[in-house]
Design a protein around this ligand. Structure first.
Ligand SMILES: NC(=O)c1ccc[n+]([C@@H]2O[C@H](COP(=O)([O-])OP(=O)(O)OC[C@H]3O[C@@H](n4cnc5c(N)ncnc54)[C@H](OP(=O)(O)O)[C@@H]3O)[C@@H](O)[C@H]2O)c1
Length: 237
């Protein structure tokens, strides 16, 4: 079984790669900027698991690069069973600092990237599962992340359309994490983080492994389809 995780170099993507490799899947680590992390992860998997692993540099928002990535996957593995669209960026900033360029940058990676990778994945996927990583911000966040929140709501809408179109051979599901301890949140102000922790029923941020285990569960369940699974510890005021 072969699995591609976009943004597999760090954070949730890295944990997901490790989970699938540890369960015997061949893995494709996609990265964009973090080549060193990706190569180290590739080497770690080679040393510790008896699976095939490759690293591919590709900016998921660039159609030519996405096409080229799937050519490499086809040459190496021929088919793909699991696609995890995980690559994502956030650019939290005051509304007055946002502009069309920064807004579109977030949409291009999070939403267009999910679309492009899903579309070209079909060249190597005739059955299996696509799991898209959205966010509970899709249901409402804050003005500073309005671009990110809109992109994640778009990912959920797109996932429903793909689920209907690709059935019955390919299932499509969404995981919508809440606050997870990764680089994405490393610069949060302590006060803001404390206030957010108070809103989480479990009173703590989750870990990347909490998302990786959910993705793996979905990949190995044959009847969950077109679902959005929130993994946020329970969140509300
Ligand atoms: N952490 C949270 O609290 C949280 C909550 C809800 C949803 N999420 C979602 O979970 C996913 C993973 O986030 P994370 O927390 O693990 O973030 P992270 O630690 O910042 O990692 C982001 C990953 O995305 C990759 N990436 C970014 N732009 C890319 C591009 N253009 N092409 C290919 N890869 C790209 C990065 O690769 P390079 O470093 O190689 O560029 C990196 O591997 C994202 O979709 C995020 O929106 C996170």
């Amino acid at each position: 079984m072969n699995c591609l995780v976009t943004g597999g170099s760090r954070g949730i993507g890295k944990s997901t790669i490790l989970k699938f490799a540890s369960e015997g899947y061949n893995v494709v680590i996609n990265y964009n900027n973090s080549q060193k992390d990706a190569l180290e992860l590739e080497q770690y998997i080679k040393n510790n698991y008896h699976v095939d692993v490759i690293c591919i540099k590709c900016d998921v928002s660039q159609e030519d690069e996405v096409k080229a990535m799937f050519k490499v996957i086809k040459d190496k593995f021929n088919t793909l069973d699991v696609l995890v669209n995980n690559a994502g960026i956030a650019q939290d900033e005051p509304l007055e600092d946002k502009n069309s360029k920064s807004f579109l940058e977030v949409l291009k990676v999070n939403l267009l990237g999910t679309f492009l990778v899903s579309k070209y994945a079909l060249e190597v996927m005739s059955k299996g599962i696509i799991i898209n990583i959205a966010s509970n911000n899709a249901y409402g966040g804050i003005i500073e992340s309005c671009d990110y929140d809109a992109s994640k709501a778009g990912v959920i809408a797109l996932s429903h359309d793909f689920a209907k179109f690709l059935a019955p051979n390919i299932r499509v599901n969404v995981v919508a994490p809440g606050w997870i301890n990764t680089d994405m949140n490393k610069d949060l102000f302590a006060e803001f983080k404390k206030a957010e922790e108070e809103k989480i029923f479990l009173k703590r941020f989750g870990n990347a492994e909490d998302i990786a285990s959910t993705v793996f569960f979905l990949a190995n369940n044959n009847y969950i389809n077109d679902a959005v699974i929130k993994v946020d510890g329970g969140y509300g005021k």
